[in-house]
Write a protein that binds this ligand. Structure first.
Ligand SMILES: NC(=O)c1ccc[n+]([C@@H]2O[C@H](COP(=O)([O-])OP(=O)(O)OC[C@H]3O[C@@H](n4cnc5c(N)ncnc54)[C@H](OP(=O)(O)O)[C@@H]3O)[C@@H](O)[C@H]2O)c1
Length: 273
């Protein structure tokens, strides 16, 4: 029987790496991301814990690179779980377009390319964010979302129109981030119905503020929301890792087409005020 393979994009750190630690040790783990040194360190850590793990560099905003990742993982066995945790956040800086390419178009490439080879009984999980729930509805360019599959240039133009007008760089990236993660939630539902026909479950998870490297960078601005959560604290990376690992587990076979908000009640809390 072919070995089962778990692929984790953005798996070299944060909640992607934590999710790997909750996987069944009979499965082969493939960690991917752009920084090879980070991946090598992470697979050594998994090796010490008794996992068979491989590192494969991949930039999810490049479809060719995603195709290479699919090829690499397919050679190891049957891909049963894909955790798409690759993403960048506003405090990391850079251009809104780059952020949108990674968070939104990267999700399209990962879901489409893995969806081609995965079989019945498997699962794809996309990591969105509670930011997807924090924008007023009228700001979200939902009508432009389907363009991600047909006209990328127009998709980027329409989804980034407002962000590009903003003078404050952090606010501009913050708006692009919220829209990109709202897209991830929307696209997950689209793909769940499409790939559901093949028996592939597609689900998204929207974390609240989590104490990963990224979360700590966002704490200065996003920290104001901690007090709205039920527990008045940030989430632990391993808590998200456990949530993600259980959601993609085969035993969770009826969980599909939804976004699971793992935010300690933060979004509920902001609406209670
Ligand atoms: N931490 C939070 O508070 C929080 C809250 C809501 C949502 N999220 C989401 O959760 C996911 C995981 O984030 P994290 O908190 O675990 O932070 P993290 O440790 O920074 O993990 C993100 C990973 O994505 C990788 N990555 C970034 N761009 C990539 C690309 N183009 N192709 C492939 N890999 C890429 C990074 O590695 P390289 O740079 O080496 O590629 C990094 O290992 C992200 O999608 C993030 O937006 C986080």
């Amino acid at each position: 029987m072919a070995k089962k393979v778990v692929v984790i994009t953005g798996g070299g750190s944060g909640m992607g790496l934590e999710a790997a630690k909750f996987m069944d040790k009979t499965k082969i783990i493939v960690l991917s991301g752009r920084t090879k040194t980070k991946l090598e360190k992470a697979i050594k850590e998994l090796g010490r814990l008794g996992f068979k793990a491989y590192a494969k560099a991949c930039d999810t905003s490049d479809r060719k690179s995603v195709k290479e990742l699919v090829k690499f993982a397919s050679k190891l066995g049957e891909i049963t779980n894909v955790i798409n945790a690759a993403g960048v956040s506003p405090a990391m800086g850079g251009e809104p377009e780059k952020l949108m390419r990674i968070n939104a178009l990267g999700t399209v490439y990962v879901d489409q390319e893995f969806g081609k080879v995965m079989k019945k009984g498997t699962a794809i999980l996309n990591v969105a964010s509670m930011s997807a729930y924090q924008l007023p509805k009228f700001i979200i360019p939902k009508k432009a979302f389907p363009l991600a599959e047909t006209d990328e240039a127009l998709f980027l133009k329409k989804t980034l129109k407002m962000a590009k007008k903003m003078k404050d760089s952090y606010k501009s990236l913050g708006l692009a981030y919220g829209i990109s993660k709202n897209f991830v939630v929307w696209y997950t539902e689209e793909m769940a119905f499409r790939l559901g026909k093949k028996g592939i479950r597609v689900v998204s998870v929207s974390p609240g503020l989590i104490a990963t490297g990224m979360g700590k960078l966002e704490e200065e601005n996003g920290g104001q929301f901690i007090k709205c959560s039920c527990e008045n604290r940030m989430g632990e990376p391993k808590e998200l890792g456990f949530a993600i690992a259980t959601i993609v587990d085969e035993r969770n076979g009826y969980l599909a087409g939804v976004d699971v908000l793992v935010d300690g009640g933060t979004i509920k809390g902001t609406k209670r005020k």
